[in-house]
Each structure stands twice: as C-alpha cells, then as structure tokens.
Design a binder for this molecule. Structure first.
Ligand code: ADP
Ligand code: MG
Length: 142
C-alpha cells in the first residue's frame, strides 16, 4: 500500500456544533495524519467553483448555500491508502446509510449536512489540495 495524500473539509455544520476535535480524533484514530490545516469561510464563488462537478445536480444551489453559511476547516491528510481510508472513516454520503462508528453516522444530520468532505480519487485529491493549499504550505512528499 502506498502513502497517499487526500483533501478533507470539516463542514459548517460540524464546525458550528464544536465537533472539529471529534472529527480530527476519528481521522487520527483511523490512521490519517493532518499535515496541513486552515480555517476559511468560503465565498459563494469559491464554493461554486469547488463543487463545480455538481453544477447540474438539483442540490447544487442548496449545497453552495450550506457550505458558505459559516467557517470550515480545510485540511490535507496523509497515510496508507489515505483517499480510500478517509472515505471509510467518513462513511456513506447519507448519514442514515453510514456504518456505525463513522463520522457521518455519529456527527451528520442528513444527506446534505453530513459533517465532512473527502476527495473521491487521486485526481480530485490533487486538484482539491491545490485549490486550497499552495505547494509551499505542504511538507515535501515522501
Ligand atoms: P460525497 O461528499 O460523499 O463525495 P457527493 O460528492 O455525491 O458525496 O456530494 C457532495 C455533497 O453534496 C455531499 O457531501 C452532500 O453535502 C451534498 N449532497 C449529495 N447528495 C445530495 C442530495 N441528494 N441532496 C442534498 N445534498 C446532497
Ligand atoms: Mg464527492
């Protein structure tokens, strides 16, 4: 297995519920290391660009509104198989369908307000990391 990097967001619902620590605890217990982190409050334009892949989906407008309602934590995670590992620790998109012990099961409210984002593959991980973190803010790759 390879050491990978992936991109993670602690969404506005989890931040406003003071669950930043709970999310990071799950990620770290799951074998992921936070190697870069920053709190930001997305503008509408930034949220629309970040989620542009979903621009034709019916939930796009609501998603952009949700993601801009308050501050978020953007972070880069590193570890063995980090992309898939993070998706496992997060759980299914819909908290009602997420496995016990996952972040979304424990901290998510519904299919929109689901506490965390995680990249879904190597290409999106690279793009999403670059969207928020200049190379100079990241430790050198192993
Ligand atoms: P994931 O975050 O698990 O990769 P998607 O990429 O499909 O899921 O969707 C991006 C985000 O859009 C989800 O995390 C969730 O916040 C929101 N979302 C997805 N599907 C729906 C839906 N059917 N209704 C409302 N919001 C949704
Ligand atoms: Mg996705």
């Amino acid at each position: 297995m390879a050491i990978e990097r992936t991109f993670s967001i602690i969404k506005p619902d989890a931040v406003s519920a003071t669950k930043i620590g709970a999310v990071i605890s799950k990620l770290e217990t799951g074998g992921l290391r936070v190697i870069a982190s920053r709190m930001v409050h997305l503008t509408g334009d930034q949220a629309r660009r970040f989620y542009a892949v979903h621009k034709d989906r019916p939930f796009y407008g609501a998603l952009v509104k949700f993601m801009t309602e308050g501050p978020i934590v953007v972070q880069v995670l590193e570890g063995e198989n980090a992309i898939a590992r993070n998706r496992e620790v997060m759980g299914a998109t819909n908290p009602a369908e997420a496995a016990d012990g996952t972040i979304r099961k424990e901290l998510g409210t519904n299919i929109e307000r689901n506490a965390v984002h995680g990249s879904d593959g190597p290409d999106t991980a690279r793009q999403e990391i670059a969207f928020f973190f200049p190379e100079c803010d990241l430790p050198p790759a192993e």
